[in-house]
Write a protein that binds this ligand. Structure first.
Ligand SMILES: *Cc1c(COP(=O)(O)O)cnc(C)c1O
Length: 450
């Protein structure tokens, strides 16, 4: 038993020490400011970001141009699953770079197949019971692109069954969801600030309310070809679906012959301590929860998949795969041997049973530490949501000052939705690091709300 776990078992308070500001924003005359003055004018401005420049990392830490160390509770938005600068990963990058990094999908390569096989086998072999029908994988380059493909596959599936002029072309997605920034995925993401500058959206999308089956029953009809949902909404504020909601969605989709797509881009690949986020959504009253896990027809995957190297994927059941034929969909870069080999390494590592068990332990540390923080600041923290290594801390006021205060103390956290702090660290984070980060978070809340 590790040193920290004993606190959890004995129900003692976690040892949280106060921290001070050690990482102020770089001054006007700093290296970072000079760097940004030189290059910022050439970069399109689509993000508001602090004036620090990261140069390298190791494990759960990042270093900036001022050579200051940051504990990374963001993992590049739930991406860097195996942490920064993993030695073996770097070796594979070099080795594959000296072989070939790209041959296109006009030819087979040595790695797309093994990656697809590994994803399917780890999924169908999972004791947690998710997507038992997983059969085939299409490998692309990003999350948005994975969702585009899944949405296209759903229309093709409907057209194959009901003819090319079928009216069964509608989609249902959910308020507060996030599916990406390309036109199809953006059309599935009903957040006004994302959609409004770019209208009109792709026709055929209807938006229901997450965890509200009444709203689903009103919108999912014979015209619906697919429902797309995040088992745990990430960008929207870390909101897990209820089991009853996912189960009702499945039943409604079956009733009207619509496909159910789980967007596991953020919640998937061991983030919850299970391979897939939907495996963490269990019925409360079942003896063996894994026997009743809600089953999707497709899963979209990205973020953690490449451990930082861009890659996305769509995993489908055989019945969906049978609706897609040669020429239906494609990608130039998708499934390239470099990305696929790196993803194979990452997936093999993070879906191993011991690795998943370790995440479950770290989850308990977060659960205990965050509840402790909530108890300490009841007028600031209104709710803690999440599981595994995916946590949302809802606060009463704008969370940005807390994000800044944490960064000034050497901790990177991000926000989600409008009023939530989000923690999605590398999956390899150590228990001691979690405790250090919680201490900084505690001090940061104290400093903002003194
Ligand atoms: C990040 C994210 C996406 C978009 O992925 P990109 O790689 O940025 O295109 C889609 N869905 C969910 C749930 C995400 O978290």
């Amino acid at each position: 038993m590790s040193g920290l776990s004993r606190y959890l078992i004995r129900g003692k308070a976690l040892p949280i020490k106060q921290t001070v500001e050690t990482h102020p924003d770089p001054s006007e005359t700093s290296k970072s400011s000079g760097f940004l003055k030189t290059y910022e004018p050439y970069c399109m401005v689509t993000y508001a970001r602090p004036s620090i420049v990261f140069t390298h990392g190791k494990g759960s830490y990042l270093y900036d141009l001022e050579n200051r160390k940051y504990l990374d509770f963001t993992a590049g938005i739930a991406v860097s699953a195996i942490g920064h600068a993993d030695e073996e990963y770097a070796e594979l990058l070099r080795d594959q770079g000296l072989k070939t990094i790209h041959t296109s999908n006009l030819y087979y390569n040595e790695w797309t197949g093994p990656l697809s096989k590994l994803l399917v086998e780890r999924t169908t072999g999972s004791l947690d019971g998710g997507m038992r029908g997983a059969a085939r994988v299409f490998v692309g380059n990003s999350g948005s692109e994975a969702n585009e493909g899944a949405l296209k596959f759903a229309r093709k599936y409907a057209k194959k069954r009901y003819g090319f002029d079928t009216e069964k072309v509608e989609y249902v997605s959910f308020h507060r969801s996030f599916h990406g920034r390309t036109f199809g995925s953006l059309s599935a993401t009903p957040t006004e600030k994302y959609q409004k500058p770019f209208g009109p959206m792709v026709p055929g999308f209807k938006y229901a309310t997450f965890n509200d089956i009444e709203s689903v029953n009103a919108l999912v009809t014979e015209k619906t070809c697919a429902v797309i949902v995040e088992p745990i909404q990430g960008e929207g504020g870390v909101y897990p679906a209820t089991y009853e909601f996912l189960a009702s969605l499945r039943a409604k989709c079956d009733e009207v012959d619509a496909l159910l797509i789980f967007d596991e881009i953020q919640s998937g690949l061991s983030r919850t301590g299970r391979i897939w986020g939907h495996e963490a959504i269990t019925p409360s009253d079942s003896v063996d929860p894994s026997s009743s896990i809600v089953q999707p027809d497709m899963i979209t995957i990205a973020k953690a998949l490449g451990g930082g190297f861009p890659i996305g994927a769509i995993m489908v059941t055989e019945k969906v795969a049978q609706a897609i034929t040669v020429g239906d969909h494609g990608t130039t870069f998708g499934g390239n041997p470099l990305a696929s080999r790196l993803a194979h390494y990452v997936v093999d590592k993070i879906t191993a049973p011991d690795f998943l068990d370790a995440i479950k332990k770290k989850s308990e540390l977060f659960r205990a530490g965050l509840s402790q923080i909530q108890e300490k600041y009841p007028s600031v923290v209104t709710e803690i949501r999440g599981t595994g290594l995916m946590w949302g801390i809802e606060v009463k006021t704008d969370p940005t000052p807390i994000v800044d205060a944490a960064r000034h103390r050497g901790l990177l956290v991000i926000t989600a939705g409008t009023n939530t702090l989000r923690i999605v660290p590398p999956l390899v984070i150590k228990e001691e690091e979690i405790l250090d980060g919680l201490a900084i978070l505690d001090s940061s809340i104290a400093s903002v709300h003194a």
